[in-house]
Design a binder for this molecule. Structure first.
Ligand code: NCD
Ligand code: ZN
Length: 356
């Protein structure tokens, strides 16, 4: 059998990306357009968090100016300020979903939630308006209950089951799954429950981030058998598992500050598809790339029906088997006027595929 040397796929969709604000937003947003993506599902964990329809629409306008042609789908941050009335209004305005962060588990999650029951009226309104609930699936660490970042996702899964049972029609996405337990749980639930998977969790295990700030993200990468489960579900082309990069850029100095590396891996660059083609090929799933990045997610999110993109954005992206070295950093001038940079995933490493 001769080796595949080129690939053509419909422009992919990233169903979980952090595009930040201010100078960092201006630096990273054009890069996602250059990655060739059609749709960016944008996280609301800004400072302050995006909690109203007006804020989300204003944010969307800024992003569209920076990356014309990308279909930006906006989300609201689940917090006590969010009411069923605001949900109805948001749905009418085309806001696609609501993101829930348990309090304190990750970057900018100080406004995150403490109990899900409080939000049942909001979830009911979301179910009625067919908005999507995006879950950061980790419970806060609690040494007295033996909970730490290694089992925080597995311990969260009971909340996912409870929410799905209470709102069977509510579309729920368990974001950036990292464990075999999460994969099995999502598979066992109904068609309204899906799961995003990142590039870095397909690549890394715990040994790769312990002591390596640029591989540190929440949730952390887990055991080899967990990574194998993520890879396995892509290999079997399960339609409820699709790409959400969780690309989460931070200025280099915040990642490398002594003792306090912030969480987040930066993959939303023009090398997004080369990363994916290279790693999927490594575990024998290159032919699954198209469904994973430009099929399953759009179907779950009902893009054609609910969030149609301008025709021009659905381009065909071509990849070729040709090596490319990941840049060491992307420079920008920060909000204080200082020289800064963001370090992409696998900086300095060679990928086997590049954009044609
Ligand atoms: C994200 C960020 O930096 O905004 N960080 C991360 O490690 N994934 C927040 C998040 O999605 O948890
Ligand atoms: Zn995220």
């Amino acid at each position: 059998m001769s080796e595949i040397t080129t690939l053509s796929i419909p422009a992919p969709d990233d169903f979980h990306v952090h595009l930040r604000q201010g100078a960092l937003m201006r630096a990273v947003t054009p890069l996602i357009r250059d990655s060739g993506i059609a749709t960016a599902y944008v996280m609301p964990n800004l400072k302050p968090p995006v909690t109203t329809t007006e804020q989300a629409l204003a944010y969307k306008k800024q992003l569209e100016e920076l990356a014309p042609g990308v279909n930006f789908l906006m989300t609201l941050y689940l917090s006590p300020e969010l009411t069923p009335e605001e949900i109805k209004k948001a749905a009418k305005a085309g806001i696609a979903g609501v993101k829930s962060y348990p309090r304190g588990v990750t970057t900018n999650s100080d406004s995150g939630i403490e109990s899900y029951e409080t939000y049942y009226p909001v979830f009911r309104a979301m179910e009625e308006s067919d908005m999507v609930l995006n879950l950061h699936g980790e419970v806060p660490s609690d040494p007295s209950s033996d909970i730490c970042i290694m089992n925080a996702e597995e311990k969260f899964l009971t909340h996912l089951r409870t929410l799905h049972a209470a709102f069977p029609k509510l579309r729920i996405v368990l974001e950036h799954a990292t464990t075999q337990a999460a994969v099995e749980t999502v598979k066992s639930l109904g068609d309204t429950v899906a799961c995003t998977i990142t590039v870095h969790h397909l690549t890394l295990t715990v040994d790769d981030w312990a002591g390596q700030a640029h591989h540190f993200c929440k949730p952390v990468a887990k055991f080899p058998h967990d990574r194998a489960a993520l890879r396995g579900v892509i290999r079997e082309a399960h339609p409820r598992f699709f790409l959400g990069t969780d690309s989460a850029p931070h200025p280099r100095k915040n990642k490398e500050a002594a003792g306090t590396a912030v969480a987040g891996v930066f993959t939303g660059t023009p090398l997004l598809l080369p990363y994916l083609a290279s790693v999927l090929e490594e575990f024998g799933a290159l032919e699954r790339l198209e469904g994973f990045v430009s099929g399953f997610g759009r179907r779950f999110y009902k893009l054609e029906e609910r969030h149609p993109a301008p025709v021009a954005t659905r381009a065909v992206i071509r990849l070729k088997r040709s090596e490319v070295v990941v840049p060491q950093e992307y420079g920008f001038v920060d909000d204080e006027g200082e020289k800064s940079s963001v370090v992409p995933f696998l900086a300095g490493k060679t990928l086997r595929w590049s954009l044609a």
